[in-house]
Design a protein around this ligand. Sequence first.
Ligand SMILES: Cc1cc2nc3c(=O)[nH]c(=O)nc-3n(C[C@H](O)[C@H](O)[C@H](O)COP(=O)(O)O)c2cc1C
Length: 479
Amino acid sequence: MQDSRVQDLRSFVALLESRGELVRIAREVDPKYEMAAVMAALEKERKAFIFENVRGARFPALGGLLNKLERFGMALGYPRAEEHFDDPAFDGLLEKAKAHALKPQTVDNAPSQSVVIQGADINLHDLPVPTFFELDSGPFITAAIGTTRNPETGVQNVGVYRTLILGPRRFVINASSLSDLRRHYASAQERGEVMPIALAIGVDPAMLTAAACKLPPDHCEYEMAGGLQGRPMELARCITSDLLVPANAEFIIEGQVDFGERVENLLGEFAGQYGPETAPATEVTAITHRPDPYFYTIMAGRNPEHNTLGNVAVYGVQRSIEAALREALPGQIEDIHVYMSPGLGTLAHVVVSINKVNDGQPKEIIDKAFAGGGHIFPMSMITKRVIVVDSDIDVHSMDDVQWAIWNRAATEHKFMVIPDVQSWELERAAKEGQKSVRIGIDATMDLDDVDKLVRPITPGADEIRLEDYLGNSRGKTAA
Ligand SMILES: Cc1cc2nc3c(=O)[nH]c(=O)nc-3n(C[C@H](O)[C@H](O)[C@H](O)COP(=O)(O)O)c2cc1C
């Protein structure tokens, strides 16, 4: 059977264009705000796009390729992606790729190194890099994968990191406190070592997806990308360092970290708030690219492509919270759903259903849940709210959970507010010392009220198959 996985960015662009899902914008756009405003409008329509004429830039910009989940399915060869590709399917694909990771191969004559620019010819302003929001520190590269070596082990790491342009040959690649890159920066600085770094812009969807995944330290995302592609990634050695970068990328930007300058890089982030981060600057040592490269850009902020790709990083966190809770509450959990989505902010909202045996049980569960280890983070640091519901509530439907909250809780002790909890850096509303509140909600029926609050159920409704009543054609008169 022919492998339908997309092998590079260009074939994906061609596929989307052939299906009418990509638009080309010939009109000149200003990279400061105007481009982002048009991108935001296109994202609402879930269109992929190419800006052919960005003021002051030498190259076209494209984006929106992965602004809905089905596009990941299409790119990664999931059968009948449009009908069936959902979060569990995606998570399953990622887990399979981790289990079938493939070592990359090094190649000569990489397309991404067809043109080499060094020295005074390097000019980052040639790239069509947007400035997205009014308070942003400047133009940001948002769709690049960045790579460094662990200074202690030499193993290469890859992640997606926003990058603020500071000048023609200088930028700052951001690293959150959770990232391996943050650890690499700290380690190289402590050892007083030179630290090469490289960005690849315009890689294939499997590589971008693997880079967004949170793998354990010293598990290389190139190997996982190979697992997703079903063939080893082809890598080329950088011109100015020994880092390996994707051979099929559109652009590679090579640089050396300058620990002498730390720079704040303020950007409107994925949950719809500004993120004031700081990181060391990087001096660019070379830019290489294909003969006719596309610059890939992702609309920053709480927007579909950023959020869909961002969710990839979150699957692992959700799984680890769920496992930690099942460990902390053996035998008590009927079902569980860990919500983590930009619509609910940067923290998790955990819903646990139980078969309640006494009215004190939900509070005990809430206390234990917040006290748990959480595997990656302490639970209380990453979880804003724990809600306990009865087992007739569908934990996987926030609508049903909301219904339970507003229909089964009528005394103040069912709403718990826990003050002054240590939160993580991305909770931007946190107060001094990164302290914030946590909320517990007991949305179960009080045992005394069970008869009064019974839900109306039509016996047999769950088993009905409408086609048994409508014949073969829905909508036609029933036989
Ligand atoms: C569009 C986008 C932008 C991101 N920007 C950053 C960033 O600036 N800094 C960061 O540390 N993580 C960022 N992330 C998340 C990381 O890519 C992700 O957590 C990854 O697993 C980090 O890899 P690492 O732990 O191997 O360094 C971003 C993710 C996406 C999808």
